[in-house]
Ligand binder design. Sequence first.
Ligand code: HEC
Length: 131
Amino acid sequence: MGFPDKQRGRRSIFFGKAVGLGSAALILGGVNGGPLALAEDAASLAPERARELVRMVRQDCGSCHGLTLRGGLGPALLPENLSARPLPALKYTILFGRPGTAMPPWQPFMTEAEAEWIVVQLLRGFPEESQ
Ligand code: HEC
């Protein structure tokens, strides 16, 4: 009888799909773990340093990227502009600049963890300066 075989066949296709979805979820979970893990690092930043970095981004980065970060000489740094980019690429752009463009390296002024913190804040919608 062909019928039970066919059912078994269907079932294994179903399981095949389920496994496929499972690993897709795992992969997505891994990707999602990145920013969350970074956000935890960010929480350990001293509040005064966080204020300094917010000021630096609004003033110094803002001179090229626009005071509202909507773009100027440099591209907009809003969540919708950055969310498709890999996080490390954004971090290293900040640390090392983009040779051959106006984007300068900021490594002399911040640690790698601080550059990550800035990227996470940019992706969330960058905070306003608090006076
Ligand atoms: C002197 C001008 C200038 C300053 C100051 C500047 N940038 Fe840029 N930035 C640029 C330009 C121009 C680009 C685009 C480079 C390119 O064409 O790839 C850029 C690109 C970037 C990118 C990549 C954006 C993307 O869509 O890939 C990020 C992130 C970034 N800048 C963050 C910063 C941060 C954070 C600061 C301050 C710490 C800063 N920039 C200061 C000019 C500047």
